[in-house]
Design a protein around this ligand. Sequence first.
Ligand code: NDP
Length: 333
Amino acid sequence: SLEVRLAARPKGWPTDETFEFAEVEVGEPAEGQVLVRNLVMSVDPSMRGRMNAGKSYVEPFEVGEPMTGGALGEVVSSRAEGVQPGDLVVHWQGWREYAVVDGKRTLKVDPDAAPLNAYLGVLGMIGMTAYVGLVEIASVKEGDVVFVSGAAGAVGAVAGQIAKLKGASRVIGSAGSAEKVRYITEELGFDAAFNYKDGPVYDQLKAAAPDGIDVYFDNVGGEHLEAAISVLNDFGRVAECGMISQYNNSEPQPGPRNMTMLVQKRLTLRGFIVIDHAHLRDQFLAEVGQWLREGRIHYTETVYEGLRNAPEALLGMMRGENTGKTLVKIADR
Ligand code: NDP
């Protein structure tokens, strides 16, 4: 079975030297474990953070060890209660063709209820992140003007649509190409969008939100965050979901220069990690599941073929080559 390991910790952008491939013998599952044949894996910006040393909210990858991450696969054999061969499960042992997983850390999914890939995207951790950020962290309410960065990406695309469905009066998105701007407005129903590479974020955001914004869902950090702070209305709320513009810096960069506005405008900026909000899972699945069935939420995927392309998938996503959720197809069902 092929697996991808962290070969060396990158300084700045990962390179070919960051990854190595290895063929390994897959063991039999022990009591309580299951053997899974992976079909598809998720590619996430947080994987870049885990390449650095030091504990964050999740353990770092270790040099010489296989990397981990969200994946969906078919159970080949099981010594875990309640898991049968043939079951389809989401688990945390991606970056490999076969995985031996603790049965308690698998989540069974129904292939008839939704397309399989959706369980790694809109119906999984991605959709949940968008939902938690808007509903719990930013307390989005009817009439809000909402700005979402990274709006053509996996989380951002769902976040903007949830904002609209929750009654936001105007939803503005930013992304890194003209095609993505078209996608956001024409296919996802955002009211306005701009390409942040066309000019200063502040100027473009101000033009799209002449009356200011009430909520900022931040996926990007950096210049976007500074611009949002300047354009936020009094008592505005920011859901700090991610800061992808900073992840490949080799040195920490200075933050927004306008932090005094937090006081003047009584702003709330709150960081969150989706795993702390499991209590909202049923509510999320009910609400977003319903919107999906009604065709009121749209999503797309960028799928790379084969585990050998997984490093390229991660780099491509960080370069902005994806639209929607980035996945690697490992095997046919
Ligand atoms: P995306 O699908 O959004 O892919 C990443 C996107 O980031 C790219 O498509 C690219 O789009 C954009 N990007 C890359 N570099 C820059 C830059 N310098 N400035 C602006 N945009 C950039 O990934 P996800 O949806 O999986 O993740 C989005 C964010 O959510 C990330 O910050 C991630 O860390 C965070 N996250 C947080 C979670 C939490 O629990 N808090 C859980 C999951 C994700 P473009 O072409 O527009 O530049």
